[in-house]
Design a protein around this ligand. Sequence first.
Ligand code: GLC
Length: 530
Amino acid sequence: MPSTEWWRSAAIYQVYVRSFADGNGDGTGDLAGVRSRLPYLADLGVDALWFTPWYLSPLADGGYDVADYRTVDPAFGSLREAELLIAEARGLGLRCIVDIVPNHVSDQHEWFKAALAAGPGSPERELFHFRPHSPEPPNDWVSEFGGVPWSRTDDGEWYLHLFAPEQPDLNWSHPKVRREHEDVLRFWFERGAAGVRIDSAALLAKADGLPPMDPDRPHPFHDRPELHDIYRSWRRIADEYGAALIGEIWLPDAERFARYLRPDELHTAFNFDFLSRPWDPAQLWESIDLTLSTHAPVGAPATWVLANHDVTRTVTRYGRAEDTGFAFERKRFGVPTDLELGTRRARAAALLTLALPGSLYLYQGEELGLPEADVPRDRIQDPMHARSGGVDPGRDGCRVPLPWDGGGGGDGGGGGASARSWLPVPPDWSRYTAERQVHDPGSMLSLYRTALRLRRSFGDAGPLRRLRADEPRVLSFARTCERDGTTWICLTNFGPDDTALPVGAELVLASGPLAPDGRLPQDTSAWLRA
Ligand code: GLC
């Protein structure tokens, strides 16, 4: 595969900048922190880094409320530092992907401030979706964060925000909105970004007139046909720079999802179907099969994601008897969780996922086996919590600063002398520190490092062939490397009975100990070479 098509099989690490590493000890992660940890990321064995928004932002939605796309928020560093970071990472073989949030801006963005100042009927307001004063909101749409997606301005007009009120939606039928985003893409590609992750990529376009919801008509703001033309124009720009476009597309219909991946549109998109499935072989196989069969006709690689900054951490969700917390909007307080079970399954899931054909996303802290943290209610900052009337804990539990070294816990963001971190680190996280795991061969970090290193030798291997399809509690497949003729086999046993490893193949890695008779126990995966 040509190196220009790196995105087809890359392992991509998601850096949630605010919580990754705190370089100046003020309690918030920053670019200095990321730069100091680049060797860690290179040693981990990933190929690229995706940074969640680092732009100027009041942080009403963790930076997904952007006030200026061309400025790095001073809390994180400076534009110069971002450029240095991109160059230093590249020097270590790591490509950088930046996050673009085209659906909305911050209410502190110059455009929105100008629109408020200019008043009703002004051309400035045409860049957004303003509607005249009326007693009721202009339509019956529901916010992605719950509740009414309309707020009033001081002059009585309504404006649309599919997320928080601090995130006014842009009007994508306005040519200035399109031009501005094309410029922003160039701005970051010129600075060395190897790709962009496109936030809420299926929401930008709205039906003319913002009509009410009608089950008999196409959705007024989700997966609109107009989007494809926007992404075709983005693709032309990306191709000039050899950069990749990665869509955040939550779309249950796999065929419609694949339409965004036609050769002249996005390069890849997050496969949330896989992430939404419970720990069950039939379910996971169904998702793998569906993913591969819908991606093949458009020639796009699949992507595999177990976690991100919006969903419950893998160790926790796999440790719950009840399947809750998979999707964005379904987190809950106080769900009983067996972390030992969740960890065993997360280890098995890591090997299963890393063996699949396509690109892979790893969310910071997954490699440390971090569970979802219980953030005390009075420290929760995610707007989803308040907008749910306090019922939904929100997404902060998966956004707690990484424990790097030392005590690991407390408010200090992973030991060391630092100010109270922006979210408290649970006291018992000392056992998860990177420092503690790096020399422990049995740790989650060691498993990921070994698996990612091995994956480099077969990540671009041929298509998957299912094995042992008649055994309902086993999920196994093989892929052959054209280069050297080696066949890699991945086998996951969902139990309860131990299962035999294939004869004549060499065991290369297992997610847990084998049974005394050499069989593979429940909730364990193995990689073999033949
Ligand atoms: C995406 C982001 C999420 C954010 C939302 C609004 O889904 O992943 O964190 O809140 O978009 O920008």
